[in-house]
Design a protein around this ligand. Structure first.
Ligand SMILES: Nc1ncnc2c1ncn2[C@@H]1O[C@H](COP(=O)(O)OP(=O)(O)OP(=O)(O)O)[C@@H](O)[C@H]1O
Ligand SMILES: [Mg+2]
Length: 570
């Protein structure tokens, strides 16, 4: 390993300064030095702050000029020169020019034996440097070498980490570049360059700047990321776009980390999101197509079901229209009276208006169910929606000798749903129940429709019939498309119910009724911001529950009448 390039951190240099200062003081010499070899020179690395010391830190002296230290490094042995002037071998060495005529030095090495330099003392007079001094020099040299050991270990770790990063960069699995705060890219791997459509020459010539790669409308987001980097030293991955060399855009996911505390250089990891975005768009498109098909199907199902109900609906319409005719005749009679009974006429006209409006409402509801309109969510009361469908199916129910009872909880929170779709669910479930009950001879034929709050604070609707019920084998399949046991059934009713309920974030399931028959239930959640008011409403409702659960009049008294009426007629 090459240690020559390792930078010695300032705190270690401070420590070594202490060492040479103490050394000079104890040995009463003008110079104590730590020298570092930096071919072709040797450098005064640390020099004692002592009187008469001619050496200054960072001074360089060329090698191969007969320096004392050079010999120490070459031989890797201590060297003692008590008086160079009287020593043939040393009398012309370069240090004499600085007045240093005696020398004691020992080599300093890196852990693998590579020479770092020397630790030495020099004097301007003859000096024998007794044995304990040499021992002291060795001790201090060992202290310096321990520092070198830990530096080398750190360096090794860094190198290993760098090798790993380099492997990641070169693997070209994701785009990686090394940035400078001012916009320059110091390095980038092929994956990144390909992503943005530049080549290596562009990078080398400084033609790729991350600041220029960012389109105008992404500058704000990028500025926020830079803020985050300054604060925390890293940027959590976020999505943005880059401008490619040809002006087109590439969607990317980018994360970044600064190298050090200054945070003006770092590495960025870039993932190309083009394919993912395409896949998402395709998924959205096919989801859209699926939804469209489903809506189409739901509409067909509604129209067919309503067709099935024509007789029952016309019966429903006949009532108010018949009343209008009867009241109009009565009004004419009151007018013909002598004198005309105007008050009675006024009252009768009032009834005519009421009945006409009722007929209009029924037509409106039927239109709503038959019309093909885009889905639209609105806040509504589940009870009102259920009662409207009960009214629409009344004829069918009566015809089949079924009695319908309702059990509608008061104070339920409003839910945000598509009215037509929700009513379609209730409609399908009622028709199924009626069909199931009319297929068997058993009497009485009863359908109990309840609304309540579900465990998660949404609303729960259940329909219990006294039909043949579901055997366990069919229970698994009733919601499957095209599963039917009826000769003229399509098997789509329940599958559409499930799609609608699930599209509203709810759940639908079936089971056995307590005594006989089947139970179909579905729950619809509240939207999040409604949960709080719902919880509050729940507390208020507890006290009312006893009342509402007995079959007293529901808040929708006109239609609640309908349900008891149905019971009576059946
Ligand atoms: N209340 C019920 N009691 C007993 N079985 C039922 C009841 N509701 C549904 N089923 C069973 O589930 C099957 C599927 O119902 P679904 O509504 O999906 O289709 P369908 O009624 O057969 O035909 P479609 O509704 O498309 O005209 C029915 O054929 C029937 O066997
Ligand atoms: Mg059905």
């Amino acid at each position: 390993m090459l240690y020559n390039s390792i930078k010695v951190p300032s705190e270690i240099i401070h420590k070594w300064q202490e060492i040479v200062d103490v050394l000079a003081e104890i040995m009463h010499v003008p110079s104590a030095l730590i020298m570092r070899v930096e071919p072709p020179n040797i450098k005064v690395f640390v020099s004692s702050e002592s009187k008469g010391n001619p050496y200054e830190a960072d001074e360089l002296a060329p090698l191969n000029t007969g320096l004392y230290c050079e010999t120490v490094m070459k031989t890797c042995q201590p060297l003692l020169v008590p008086d160079a002037l009287r020593d043939e071998a040393w009398k012309s060495n370069p240090d004499i020019k600085l007045g240093m005529i005696s020398y004691l030095g020992v080599p300093i090495s890196w852990p693998d034996g590579e020479v770092f330099g020397t630790i030495c003392v020099l004097d301007n007079k003859r000096n024998e440097y007794s044995k304990p001094y040499l021992r002291l020099l060795h001790q201090l040299r060992d202290a310096v070498q321990i520092d070198l050991q830990s530096l080398a270990a750190q360096h090794k770790q860094l190198e290993e980490r760098e090798t790993k990063i380099r492997r990641l960069v070169d693997a070209n699995i994701i785009g990686i570049y090394i940035w400078e705060l001012d916009g320059r890219l110091l390095e980038a791997n092929d994956t990144f360059l390909r992503m943005v459509g530049y080549d290596r020459e562009d990078l080398i010539s400084g033609g790729v700047r991350w600041t220029d790669l960012t389109p105008l409308e992404w500058r704000d987001r990028t500025a926020r990321a830079q803020e985050e980097l300054k604060r925390t030293g890293a940027v959590q991955p976020f999505e943005k776009e880059y401008l490619r060399k040809d002006g087109s855009r590439v969607p990317v996911l980018i994360g970044s980390a600064a190298f050090d505390e200054q945070r003006d250089q770092g590495v960025a990891f870039v993932l190309n999101l083009t394919e993912r975005k395409q896949a998402e768009a395709e998924a959205r498109e096919s989801e859209g197509r699926y939804r469209e098909a489903l809506m189409e199907l739901a509409h067909v199902n509604r129209v067919t079901t309503m067709g099935q109900l024509t007789a029952s609906i016309s019966h429903e319409m006949k009532q108010p229209i018949g009343a209008v005719v009867a009241n109009a005749e009565a009004a004419l009679n009151w007018l013909d009276a002598q004198p005309p009974e105007l008050n009675r006429v006024r009252q009768t006209l009032g009834w005519i208006i009421r009945d006409s409006l009722r007929a209009g409402e029924i037509i409106g509801r039927i239109q709503g169910l038959i019309k093909k309109a885009p889905p639209r969510r609105e806040e509504m009361e589940i009870n009102a929606a259920v009662l409207e469908i009960i009214a629409l199916t009344r004829g069918e129910v009566v015809k089949n000798g079924v009695s319908v009872r309702t059990h509608l909880a008061e104070g339920l929170p409003l839910i945000r749903v598509d009215r037509v779709q929700l009513q379609q669910v209730v409609l399908n479930l009622i028709i199924n129940a009626v069909e199931a009950m009319s297929a068997v001879r058993e009497e009485p034929r009863e359908l109990l429709i309840c609304t309540d709050r579900d465990a998660l604070n949404g609303v729960l609707v259940s329909l219990r019939d006294s039909g043949p019920g579901l055997d366990p084998a069919s229970l698994e399949h009733v919601f499957d498309p095209f599963y039917t046991t009826k000769p003229s059934g399509m098997g789509m009713g329940l599958s559409i119910c499930r799609s609608i309920v699930e599209a509203h974030g709810g759940r639908i399931w079936a089971g056995a009724n307590e005594t006989r028959g089947a139970v179909f239930q579905f729950s619809l959640p509240l939207e999040r911001d409604e949960t709080i008011s719902a919880e509050y409403a729940g507390q208020c409702r507890l006290s009312e529950k006893a009342d509402t659960e007995s079959e007293s009049e529901s808040p929708f008294s006109p239609t609640a009448d309908v349900s008891t009426e149905i019971g009576r007629r059946a």
